[in-house]
Design a protein around this ligand. Structure first.
Ligand code: NAD
Length: 478
């Protein structure tokens, strides 16, 4: 039922039976092993580097039309294989199967959009000072890229980077998430079957810090892209900086939610409960610090708790499950620590608050904490789980100061029916993305990215290719 796992180097698949070192992959709904993942040796990493370097020499010369055709085919194959990919994601990552299907559909859209947009990578002609001079810019692929992608959206985080690199004319070595690898293996099969030449895409697995140290420091590599936590992002950016490599960093956030008393408070609570339960809160743009106007506070909490109380928690393969397990045991321990510390600081758990034991799986229920002081750890560190800390505010500038007080700046949410408040708050929130009265981010055609400690660079939107292109200036005298 669970697919066979492999590496993919220079157009060839390498299974666990072909290597010395492997690791077990667990189903987080049961805690039991379901697959074996092959680890790359140093020799495997060097072969991937050599293959990517060789492939780059020809791939960079392909026409955008040719790249576009392959990316379109990638989108088609992702849709055709949606059900098997989705099952794999649910089995090794845990999210409900309906969410896995949505992830695959969104991944196909990313491939399709980049297929369209890679044909519009333009340079420009710059008016010269001397009429005999023609001066212009062209955009060239940066070269061999390495990417490290996380477990929460195992297909999407990988496909976003792949389609941008391949569409720009770069080649790639990608290390996906060892905790939930099946979607990345499926992606390699899709690119292989879509006709991507050998070496353009390579997939490796291993001990993350060892693999990244080897790849990032290689003189063959020109660009590093990472999605994951802030501390690891800082380490990788520092390593890349020491070797003068380009970086794109999509790191963690701690998304503030501002619910004003002139909002449709019941609707806001319903929308936010849905976003909080999505992927059990393991979403970098999940709403995670809830500031509710004091005049709307009790109304908001009543609807919010009611909505989350109804969420059926269970194995993501069961049709009626609305929230699956957390991706691994360490997230369950992290949730318990956040809750216990907040309660010690004076918060009250209105819902949940205790890990669900018994099944062997990594379950933590939807949890709502009220009256959480700003000094509690959960208000300062990204929870990355189904725990919602709620607090009140009365003054707009004061709540903006509280929302902006952390080093993160990824997503943010505002609920108000006042255009004036919406605009003022959107302009003053320190965040890469602002949602007003709904969730409207992470579409293929819109830029996704953070500021401050949440990273640099954008994925999606026309900005997507910027991280994979150099600008070359040419001046000709005739
Ligand atoms: P983590 O930082 O240990 O791992 C995150 C990802 O980075 C994993 O896939 C891991 O394999 C990889 N990684 C870790 N060290 C690495 C290294 N030295 N080189 C290359 N890759 C490396 O965190 P975790 O416990 O797995 O996840 C929890 C935290 O990760 C959360 O608090 C959240 O901030 C962050 N996270 C963010 C996103 C996102 O979309 N921005 C996604 C997943 C996790």
């Amino acid at each position: 039922m669970y697919p066979e796992l492999s590496m993919y180097i220079d157009g060839k698949f390498i299974s666990a039976a072909d290597v010395e070192k492997t690791q077990d992959v667990l189903n987080p709904a049961t805690g039991k092993p379901i697959g074996k993942l092959p680890h790359a040796s140093k020799n495997d990493l060097d072969r991937a580097l050599a293959a990517a370097q060789k492939a780059f020499e020809s791939w960079k010369r392909t026409s955008p039309l040719e790249r576009s055709k392959i990316l379109r085919r990638v989108a088609e194959l992702a849709r055709e294989r949606s059900e098997e990919i989705a099952r794999g994601i649910t089995m090794d990552m845990g999210k409900p199967i309906a969410e896995s299907r949505i992830e695959v559909a969104a991944g196909a859209e990313h491939a399709e959009w980049h297929a369209e947009e890679c044909r519009r990578i333009y340079g420009r002609v710059i008016p010269p000072r001397n009429p005999s001079v023609r001066q212009y810019t062209v955009r060239e692929p940066v070269g061999v890229c390495v990417a490290f992608t996380p477990w929460n959206f195992p297909l999407n985080q990988a496909i976003r980077k792949m389609v941008a690199a391949i569409g720009a004319g770069c080649t790639m070595i990608l290390k996906g998430p060892e905790d939930s690898p099946s979607a990345v293996v499926a992606l390699a099969k899709i690119f292989h079957d879509a006709g991507l030449p050998p070496g353009c895409m390579n997939i490796v697995w291993g001990v993350p810090a060892e693999v990244s140290q080897h790849l990032v420091t290689s003189p063959i590599v020109r660009k590093v892209s990472f999605t994951g936590s802030v501390p690891v992002g800082k380490q990788l950016a520092a390593l890349a900086g020491a070797h003068m490599k380009r970086v794109t960093m999509e790191l963690g956030g701690h998304s503030p939610v501002l619910v004003f008393d002139d909002a449709d408070v019941e609707q806001a609570a319903t929308v936010l409960a849905g976003l909080k339960q999505r992927n059990a809160g393991q979403v970098c743009v999940a709403p995670s610090r809830f500031y509710v106007h004091e005049k709307a506070y009790d109304r908001f909490l009543s609807v919010f708790v009611d909505a989350l109380q109804k969420v059926k928690v269970g194995d993501g393969l069961e049709a009626d499950t609305r929230m699956g397990p957390l991706a691994h045991q360490r997230r369950v321990a992290a949730m318990q620590q956040f809750v216990d510390e907040a309660v010690t600081c004076g918060a009250t758990a209105m819902l949940g608050g205790e890990a669900l034991s018994g099944s062997g799986g990594f379950f933590f229920p939807p949890t709502v904490l009220r009256d959480v002081p700003d000094t509690a750890r959960i208000m300062l560190e990204e929870p990355f789980g189904p725990v919602a800390p709620v607090t009140r505010f009365s003054d707009t500038d004061d709540v903006l100061r509280r929302a902006n007080s952390l080093p993160f700046g990824l997503a943010s949410y505002v609920f108000t029916n006042s255009l004036k408040t919406a605009r003022y708050v959107s302009n003053n929130l320190e965040a890469g993305m602002v949602n007003v009265n709904h969730f409207g981010i992470a579409l293929a055609e819109t830029p996704f990215g953070g500021i401050k400690d949440s990273g640099m660079g954008s994925e999606g939107g026309i900005e997507s290719f910027d991280g994979y292109l150099n600008t070359k200036f040419i001046s000709e005298l005739s």
